[in-house]
Design a protein around this ligand. Structure first.
Ligand code: NAD
Length: 270
């Protein structure tokens, strides 16, 4: 059993919590370290009912015990690179639930060779893949979720400072995150009238499966600890708490924003 499986979640606020009666779908739980999982925990504890998707068969045995912990009754495989799989998931979800209140998109991918060395060496295929999975998928899932967000909703994605400034080795993922942050604004502008809000959390570095694929990731953690105003790295749970704020009514007037949860690192000029 992993630490996450034995970790006890607090169910006491589920009936009266700020997410009681709300339903959401979460894309991007790979294991107990995933930022998506930390979002899921806080949303569950405050009463939300959760649906999950996972990328492929290999992840099934990791996600099932986690989904069980948060009493999820909807867990489906879905490679977000394939529109037909996305359609199938939402078709199934709309048969189970008649409405959806929030969506968490915590998905990104780039080839390992594009996350080391120089950006100038990025291939067309590497660029296409990184932008497709890490940016376009937000638009794809939001488009499908929209008909279910009848009373408005909240869409949340995860981004990183490498969208704004050059971070060594982040390379094509920085370009993809810049496009993702721009997507957040365009989606927010499109959907505001429907009371569907779209925001991004720009998380500081956290040791996850995806992060470990970035060359020099451990050095990033050390640098942040030395330089960030709060002299530490962010905790994955702090990202989860911000997702709760964005999914809930607490952020009812907030859309098109990128909220930095990075112990202040991004405010530094030098
Ligand atoms: P993670 O590896 O736990 O999650 C990444 C997820 O993306 C995995 O669940 C993976 O299966 C999924 N994914 C990749 N390609 C997919 C596809 N084709 N179809 C469906 N799912 C696919 O790592 P994480 O760090 O929790 O990443 C979540 C998000 O947070 C990513 O967008 C990442 O860029 C972002 N982020 C991470 C950090 C960090 O330091 N960990 C910092 C800022 C932003």
């Amino acid at each position: 059993m992993t630490a996450a499986e034995t970790e006890v979640l607090d169910k006491t606020a589920r009936e009266t919590g700020m997410m009681a009666g709300k339903r959401g779908i979460i894309f991007g739980v790979a294991n107990e370290r995933s930022l998506a999982w930390h979002c899921a925990k806080y949303l569950y504890e405050q009463g939300a009912d959760l649906a999950f998707t996972y990328q492929g068969e290999a992840l099934e045995k990791r996600i099932m015990p986690l989904a069980e912990k948060v009493e999820s009754e909807f867990v489906e495989m879905c490679d977000l690179g394939d529109d037909a799989q996305i359609d199938k998931v939402f078709d199934k979800l709309s048969k189970k639930w008649d409405s959806l209140d929030f969506l968490v998109h915590a998905v990104a991918f780039a080839n390992k060779e594009d996350l080391e060395g120089h950006y100038v060496n990025t291939t067309r295929e590497g660029f296409r893949l990184a932008l497709d999975v890490s940016c376009y998928t937000l638009t794809a899932v939001t488009n499908r979720a929209l008909p279910m967000m009848k009373d408005g909703g909240s869409v949340i994605t995860l981004t990183y400072y490498g969208a704004e400034k050059v971070v060594p080795h982040y390379n094509v993922m920085g370009v993809a995150k810049a496009a993702l942050e721009s997507s957040v604004m365009y989606l927010a502008a499109d959907l505001g009238e429907k009371n569907v809000r779209v925001n991004a959390i720009s998380a500081g570095p956290v040791k996850t499966l995806a992060a470990m694929g970035i060359a020099g990731f451990r050095d990033m953690l050390k640098l942040v600890e030395q330089k960030a105003p709060m002299k530490r790295n962010v905790e994955a749970d702090e990202v989860g708490k911000t997702a709760l704020y964005l999914a809930s009514d607490l952020s009812s007037g907030v859309t098109g924003e990128v909220i930095h949860v990075d112990c202040g690192y991004s405010i530094l000029g030098m």
